[in-house]
Design a protein around this ligand. Structure first.
Ligand code: AMP
Length: 121
């Protein structure tokens, strides 16, 4: 998947459109999803221009990769779901139903999260 710098998360990272920030560091920004699917629904986004996990794994530095992982844990603790449980989802590409072509991780919780994936139709 090639990277499109006009995607909405790239625009949020550049400060062109607002977000409800939860956490940030040198490599990561985390903010509330605009259409939450659970009481806690935070998106954790690397600052670098990566469309998907495969290019992130290939191109991102060890520091960027560690920061993304640590940010997920930080968000879980900051939002309170670390104690009650939560789900981490990352949709990639067409079959993964990725809508925004900038790598991101959903952290969802605050209620029982139900089935892991929808049944095949
Ligand atoms: P995905 O299908 O994994 O690409 O999910 C993209 C997510 O981005 C969806 O849950 C949207 O609700 C969310 N989203 C889209 N635009 C914004 C925005 N401006 N601020 C916060 N979340 C957004």
């Amino acid at each position: 998947m090639s990277y499109d710098p006009s995607n909405v998360f790239a625009r949020i990272l550049r400060g062109e459109i607002p977000c409800r920030k939860v956490f940030e560091d040198a490599h990561v920004l985390a903010f509330h999803d605009i259409q939450p699917q659970a009481p806690v629904h935070v998106l954790v986004v690397p600052r670098g221009a990566y469309a998907s996990w495969d290019d992130f794994h290939e191109q991102a530095s060890d520091a960027e990769q560690a920061a993304l992982s640590r940010a997920i844990g930080a968000v879980a603790r900051m939002t309170g779901v670390a104690s009650t449980g939560y789900r981490v989802i990352s949709n990639c590409g067409r079959d993964g139903h990725q809508e925004v072509p900038h790598l991101h991780v959903h952290v969802l919780g605050g209620r029982p999260m139900g089935r892991m994936v929808a049944k095949a139709e």
